[in-house]
Design a protein around this ligand. Structure first.
Ligand code: TXA
Ligand code: MG
Length: 355
């Protein structure tokens, strides 16, 4: 299949592009599109065949449910059994935006889309291109992140092309994703609202709005046979770069000293995901020893927005550069830092060193 690659221009010329993308969706095809979090791989969420195609294109296990994307709030009621009060509060505060809510589904939503579950994940993205595309399609868009299963989520259309060229009908290029990490997922189907996946909207903001919330234990610890994540996707190996990644935690100077020593003795070229400040130190120490290294500065120390924005692209770049081993500096697990650490732990397959 030939994949059409179309640049969005953010003006009236895009109308024809969205109309064509909408036709593709209604005919059962697949279109990758930008959102404020990461790029999505969209298909008609009410068509079981389109959902099967999404799983096939990504190489994704079919028990891992898809998120339905809508453009207006009134598209929600036909999809779900009820809209609990907590959901209403969350939607008022954070929709459109990087928040996905889990509801009990209505029969209209096929089991193929929900991986066999009786619940459905719904999100209303704030990206204007995403909203225009969903409106043009006229159906809820089922969309996982537009990467091959296991690879880092795509934050540019070029990342999507790397993974899915020839496997889908169209890629809409809307530039770099603003946030760079996937949406926060909150289950509102019963009892205390529960975070199934941390994201841009952190625990602190949810608590400020709702009072008590829970974090699914599988978010914090390594999922295992006894600790099954409530979001099925959280159990899979994820975001994994080709090189083994070690996440290093501790006081800044000790972390730098440990990573420097490891890089100096690494058999091949080591890569480091770090702050801009510490990148200079690594470059100096390894340069002095004549040891080439690969540096992936994610932004200034404590600039979590920058780190979130660059993380997935850095992991992909490390693959491309052929890094033999990788190290990442841990950040504080608070607000957006919790989401960054969640992705880093998965990318590191939970290989974490405390120094
Ligand atoms: O930001 C995002 O959420 C992006 C953009 C494209 O919207 N999408 C995304 O989709 O990250 P995906 O498929 O890569 O991740 C969806 C996650 C998976 O972990 C899946 O298991 C979980 O949502 N999920 C979907 N439906 C669910 C349900 N009914 N119950 C629990 N978890 C669910
Ligand atoms: Mg994904």
């Amino acid at each position: 299949m030939e994949t059409r690659f179309v640049q969005l221009q953010g003006d009236e010329h895009d109308a024809a592009v969205f109309a064509e993308a909408g036709r593709i969706i209604r005919a059962g095809g697949l279109v990758a599109f930008p959102t404020e979090t990461v790029y999505g791989l969209g298909g008609n969420g009410l068509d079981p065949e389109a959902s099967r195609k999404i799983y096939a294109a990504k190489g994704r296990p079919s028990d891992n449910p898809l998120i339905l994307h809508i453009a207006e709030r009134d598209e929600l009621p036909p999809l779900v059994q009820e809209v609990p009060e907590t959901a209403g509060k969350l939607m008022d505060a954070f929709w459109p935006g990087p928040l996905t809510l889990i509801f009990r589904k209505r029969p209209l939503v096929p089991k193929e889309t929900t991986g066999g579950l009786d619940t459905v994940a719904v999100r209303m993205p704030s990206h204007p291109g995403a909203a225009a595309f969903i409106r043009a399609a006229g159906v809820p868009i089922a969309a996982p992140s537009a990467n091959l299963s296991g690879r880092p989520s795509p934050t540019t259309a070029e990342h999507v092309r790397e993974d899915l060229n020839g496997r889908i009908d169209m890629i809409l290029d809307g530039g770099e994703s603003e946030i760079g990490l996937e949406s926060t997922i909150v289950d509102v189907t019963g009892g205390t609202p529960t975070v199934l996946r941390p994201g841009y909207i952190g625990r602190e903001r949810l608590e400020a709005l709702l009072g008590e919330i829970r974090i699914d234990p599988a978010v914090l610890e390594k999922p295992s046979a006894d600790l099954r994540p409530k979001a099925p996707g959280m159990k899979y190996r994820h975001y994994a770069p080709k090189a083994p990644l070690t996440l290093v935690k501790g006081e800044a100077a000790a972390v730098s000293a440990y990573i420097t020593e490891q890089c100096l003795t690494a058999p091949g070229r080591a890569g480091i995901l770090c702050s801009l400040e510490s990148a200079c130190g690594y470059a100096a120490a390894c340069g002095k020893a004549g040891k080439p290294i690969l540096l992936y500065p994610l932004g200034e120390q404590d600039d979590e927005e920058a780190a979130a924005h660059r993380l997935f692209a850095a992991l992909r770049q490390a693959d491309e550069d052929g890094a033999a081993v990788l190290f990442a500096e841990a950040c504080e697990e608070k607000d957006l830092g919790a989401a960054i650490m969640n992705r880093l732990k998965k990318a590191a397959a939970y290989h974490i060193i405390e120094v």
